[in-house]
Design a protein around this ligand. Structure first.
Ligand code: UGA
Length: 436
């Protein structure tokens, strides 16, 4: 393999994983971030996000001199003896007005680096960007010698390093085939199927894939609701569906709704894109609506467990919420379904106390009380509600919890717990799409 000189601008989830993993593949990588404190911590091998293996890769790459850190994008191009050949843009593209991705930061960075980029380099977008962004960057750059390439990333939080190093596919798109091939060659060692295409198609692949996943989850959540209504068990139903290789077993677990920093943002953005192309993408709209409904459905389940009626009052009811992050294995709270359900419960008058293994009680990001363990959260609770599928919740001391609560009731929105273990401890249990 031929090692390349690479720069990565932005050290968020995607940028840091990209930089550290490309260095582990043998490339020389310089990462730039305008946050000086963060860069100082990274130089010492300290990683702020909870992501298995990432801190080790950062420390190894830094020690080996293959990973270096700068605070100004321009400085990234001055490192080393050989010029930087490939520059990755990994800056945030949050949801902006009307559900469209906000490209303010991205455009500011392009403006900052346009005259500083080394001659004949390739500028790559890794952030999820609206279709057409590559063309817009080409226009803003106004540099004949710099090719613009789209190379979307498909990593999941919590398994980012694994996903980067064992990808299902590599997608690279550009109007310049030679530039796309140069970028694809960075990943040659991974042996993954590679889709070489044009820029807009590469940009659309990312949205089309994430929206498909969101639709799959909303479909499963709707099937779970139907299971409840007709007396079927969603665990068996999805297992039976999943053996069909066209469907697959993955992404078939019902829950309190899908969240995180990607699926909600990307479904809204695809709707906007379709809208601007005069196309009403009803399937994606239905997936979003089904997801909002799922949050409300969880609240109705809690009403039923506590009051015996789906419309009973939650006023002054005390609830212990287990799990706040949008899924297990991350400390990310962005667009977490747990927080959406918690907000609805508070609106309904409930008194909620939460516990999450990745969220500190001192965390001031949250408008609700956070306990230091599950037992403290459960003190005098009228029900315990599992909202995130942290495996450690399975190992809780349920007889001890039974002694803490006012009423031994569990609403398990992730179907995480073993109902027989709970029954032995004296708890009633209700899951999602399963017989009680
Ligand atoms: C998602 C995609 O899965 C990645 O492929 C993509 O690269 C990433 O977005 C991105 O665009 O950067 P991520 O946001 O880390 O990854 O989260 P997922 O693992 O996809 O989970 C999304 C939500 O679906 C979570 O709230 C999770 O709890 C929920 N989920 C997932 C279920 O409710 N059931 C399942 O079976 C799987």
């Amino acid at each position: 393999m031929f090692a390349r000189n690479v720069a990565v601008i932005g050290t968020g989830y995607v940028g840091l994983t990209t930089g550290a993993c490309l260095a582990s593949l043998g490339h020389s990588v310089v990462c730039a971030d305008s946050d000086r404190d963060k860069v100082d911590r990274l130089r010492k091998g300290q990683v702020d996000i909870l992501e298995p293996e990432l801190a080790d890769l950062v420390a190894d790459g830094t020690a080996a001199g293959r990973l270096t850190w700068v605070t100004e994008a321009g400085a990234a191009f001055e490192q080393g003896t050989r010029p930087v050949e490939i520059v990755f843009l990994c800056v945030p593209t949050p949801m902006g007005a009307g559900g469209l991705a906000d490209l303010g930061v991205l455009e500011a960075v392009v403006d900052e680096i346009r005259t500083l980029l080394p001659p004949d380099c390739v500028l790559v977008t890794k952030s999820t960007v609206p279709v057409g962004t590559g063309d817009r960057i080409t226009q803003l750059l106004d540099r004949e010698d710099v090719a613009v390439v789209s190379n979307p990333e498909f990593l999941r939080e919590g398994t980012a390093v694994h996903d980067f190093l064992h990808p299902d596919r590599i997608v690279v798109g550009s109007a310049r085939q030679d530039a796309a091939e140069r970028v694809a060659a960075l990943y040659a060692r991974l042996g993954a199927p590679t889709v070489l295409t044009d820029g807009p198609s590469a940009e659309l692949i990312k949205y089309a894939a994430n929206c498909f996943l969101a639709m799959k989850l909303s479909y499963v959540n709707a099937v779970a609701e139907l299971c409840e209504r007709v007396g079927a068990d969603v665990v068996d139903v999805t297992e039976g569906m999943g053996y069909d290789r066209r469907i697959g077993q993955k992404f078939l677990s019902p829950g309190p709704g899908w969240g995180g920093s990607c699926l909600p943002k990307d479904t809204s953005a695809l709707l906007q894109l379709a809208d601007s192309a005069d196309f009403e993408f009803r399937l994606v709209r239905a997936a979003i609506d089904t997801n909002s409904r799922q949050h409300k459905r969880m609240v109705d389940k809690i009403r039923l467990a506590v009051t015996g009626s789906r419309t009973g009052s939650l006023s002054k009811v005390k609830l212990a919420l287990l799990g706040l992050t949008f899924k297990a294995g991350t400390d990310d709270l962005r667009d977490s379904p747990s927080l959406a359900v918690a907000a609805l419960l508070r609106q309904a008058g409930a008194d909620v106390v939460a516990f999450d293994p990745a969220v500190s009680p001192a965390d001031d990001r949250l408008p609700l009380a956070v306990a230091s363990d599950a037992y403290q959260a459960a003190a005098d609770a009228d029900a315990i509600v599992v909202l995130t599928e942290w495996p450690e919740f399975r190992r809780l001391d349920w007889p001890r919890l039974a002694a803490c609560v006012r009423t031994p009731a569990v609403v398990d929105t992730r179907n995480l717990l073993d109902p027989s273990v709970l029954a032995q401890a004296g708890f009633t249990w209700s899951g999602v799409g399963r017989p009680a």
